[in-house]
Design a protein. Structure first.
Length: 354
């Protein structure tokens, strides 16, 4: 009945927040609720090979990125294992070989923590499921919903935003009164009506700066402790989620654009007003933003931008405006990208086992 060895593979996507998570408490509990679009093309594919080992004293694992041994990831995974151990008691019983690759270019400035941590959490859940099936010899209570919930719960302990990558297409993380079923512990599918305008929403990611982040998100989240604007910011995130509800229901693209851009700039404003302070936007980030604003005014199209904790710009727009907007992006914006690199993505529906 024991499981001596095995192999499991999951692919899991990245996500882009519309209302941003910035600031956390102990145990990866967010200071404010967030909502994101799950992406479709930017993914991590992880194969986990597990072999039963003699001693269960220590964690034992090795990590490969694109086929090369990658020891830089080990501390993060060690911490992850320590955090999730009490929820996955088998962790010390096996040696794990973690083989991972991303569909987006290496060091593109696109964080792989959301897709990477969610893919690993899902691989571990598959082992957990297999073990529990063997133990009880019947199909256990592991329905898909419970499986996804626990995978998201575990992914959160690897990287907060990773809990929003298990499913799609709109995921809420963080308890807030206006969204029924929302919780700080894992991501949940947005439970209300979403207008056709937001189906197939496009995200073209402009790679402005592919360098290493100057400030890790862990440091950034911690700077929200004792931040002079923290309490107002956290309240604003709750308010923006509430405001987003009628926008998503009615398909009000103009209101959507305003809310999403304001959230992106507020995230960066928090970084600029922390102590120490920092600026993650680059001159080309601002050039792109200004061009987007001018084009929106001239064309009447519903192009908008959002930002993560970096210089890259996510250009968001509805599918039915894609032809004209892509033409604009190629002729006017790509010149500001490092080596002209950009990625065409769109809303996706979550992770898959392969
Ligand atoms: O998941 P973390 O700890 O890397 O935090 C990421 C936070 C932002 O990407 C900046 C915003 C968000 O909600 O995804």
């Amino acid at each position: 009945k024991t499981l001596e060895k095995g192999k499991v593979t999951w692919e899991s996507p990245s996500n882009i927040a519309l209302v941003k998570y910035w600031g956390k408490k102990k145990h990866q509990i967010p200071e404010n609720p967030s909502i994101s679009f799950t992406l479709n093309e930017c993914k991590t594919i992880t194969t986990l090979t597990f072999t039963k080992k003699e001693s269960n004293k220590d964690f034992s694992f090795e990590v490969y990125l694109d086929g090369n041994k990658e020891d830089d990831f080990k501390p993060k995974i060690q911490t992850f294992f320590e955090r999730i151990e009490s929820y996955l008691p088998f962790l010390r019983d096996y040696h794990f070989k973690i083989e991972t690759k991303n569909t987006f270019p290496h060091s593109s400035g696109i964080a792989s923590s959301a897709s990477g941590m969610s893919a690993l959490a899902l691989c571990l859940m598959s082992i957990e499921k297999e073990l529990s099936v063997r133990l009880s010899a019947v199909e256990t209570s592991f329905n898909e919903n419970l499986f996804n919930q626990k995978a998201s719960f575990l992914a959160r302990l690897g990287s907060g935003s990773a809990c929003r990558s298990i499913e799609g297409d709109l995921i809420v993380w963080g308890k807030t009164d206006s969204i029924e079923g929302s919780t700080d512990l894992f991501g949940v599918k947005y439970p209300y009506k979403v207008h056709q305008n937001f189906k197939n929403y496009q995200d073209t990611i402009l790679l402005v700066d592919k360098g290493e982040k100057q400030v890790s998100s862990t440091v950034g989240h911690n700077l929200m402790h004792n931040h002079p604007y923290a309490q107002n910011r956290f309240q604003q995130a709750h308010n923006n989620l509430e405001k987003l509800k009628p926008i998503l229901e009615s398909g009000d693209l103009n209101a959507f654009v305003k809310l999403v851009e304001s959230e992106a700039l507020t995230l960066h404003a928090m970084m600029m007003t922390s102590m120490p302070y920092f600026i993650l936007m680059k001159p080309n980030t601002l050039e792109i933003i200004n061009k987007i604003w001018r084009f929106r005014q001239d064309s009447g199209l519903h192009i908008s931008f959002t930002l993560d904790a970096g210089a890259n710009v996510h250009v968001l727009y509805p599918k039915n405006e894609a032809t004209q907007i892509l033409e604009f992006i190629k002729s006017e914006l790509v010149a500001y990208c490092q080596n002209g690199h950009y990625i065409c993505d769109q809303i996706g529906f979550g992770a898959n086992q392969i």
